[in-house]
Design a protein around this ligand. Structure first.
Ligand code: IPE
Ligand code: IPE
Ligand code: MG
Length: 237
């Protein structure tokens, strides 16, 4: 089995999982955290290099004040709770997105957790929080423009390779597989630049029900794909 080096997941369907059970939406988010634990463990075991999880999109701040604040609280609790275990499993943590929106205690805990786990050499866990693919490209363009204005680079130096160094996933392996749970067939402003040649996998399973078997199914589907990257191996029939 060919294990993707880099998997990203749009963890969707928490609200529907909860409403099917007549529970508040936050109960779905809480249950979703268990699925995150399972998938992080499974990816570490399989030897995936990087796992990027979409936890909160730049558009999710438009949800009710109550849901947003409960999500911030959950994020803070989980960060605090899990750091020790992640460290034990040699997981490196990277948080991407515009964290300035988050309450100060969340920003502080996020920075501390990243520092604590920075030297680990196992799975890199990337959490996208208040992240948008359009935001990422715009902030990279801003950095490139600033480098030109300062005279550090010339406009013609802004190649695809150089530009990608300013993006949030700089230094991570190319994104091999993007998974979205809950049956929605869209990207919802996730990793727009990075999905150029990713394989896409959609499942109807709601995120809180996603488990190791679901991950295996996605990887199996990935193995059945013929990744051509625009070229052809040969022209015979
Ligand atoms: C995904 O689940 C989690 C976040 C966006 C934070 P949703 O909350 O979008 O769940 P559905 O799509 O309403 O079921
Ligand atoms: C995408 O899900 C964001 C996350 C899973 C964090 P949404 O539920 O916000 O996406 P839409 O609204 O269905 O496009
Ligand atoms: Mg959703």
């Amino acid at each position: 089995m060919n294990i993707p080096k880099h998997i990203a997941i749009i963890m969707d369907g928490n609200g529907r999982w909860a409403s099917k059970r007549c529970l508040p939406r936050i109960a779905g988010h809480q249950q979703g955290v268990n699925a995150v634990r399972t998938v992080v463990k499974a990816c570490g075991k399989l030897g995936v290099k990087t796992l990027t999880l979409f936890a909160f999109s730049s558009e999710n701040k438009n949800r009710s004040k109550e849901e947003v604040s409960l999500l911030f609280k959950l994020f803070l609790t989980v960060l605090k709770q899990e750091v020790k275990k992640l460290n034990k499993h040699n997981v490196r943590l990277k948080i991407i997105g515009d964290l300035s929106l988050f309450p100060e205690d969340v920003q502080k805990t996020a920075a501390e957790a990243q520092m604590q786990l920075a030297d680990n050499t196992g799975l890199t866990l990337v959490i996208a929080a208040n992240y948008g693919g359009q935001w990422d490209i715009a902030q990279a363009a801003k950095q490139a423009a600033e480098a030109v204005v300062k005279g550090n680079i010339k406009p013609e130096d802004v190649t695809i390779e150089r530009f990608s160094n300013y993006l949030s996933l700089a230094g991570e392996p190319a994104l091999d597989l993007l998974i979205r749970s809950s049956g929605e067939l869209r990207i919802s402003n996730f990793l727009l630049w990075d999905i150029a040649y990713s394989e896409l996998y959609f499942t109807d399973t709601l995120w809180p029900d996603f488990n190791e078997a679901e991950l295996q199914k996605a990887i199996k589907s990935f193995n059945d794909r013929d990744r051509r990257f625009g070229s052809r191996k040969d022209n015979s029939c």
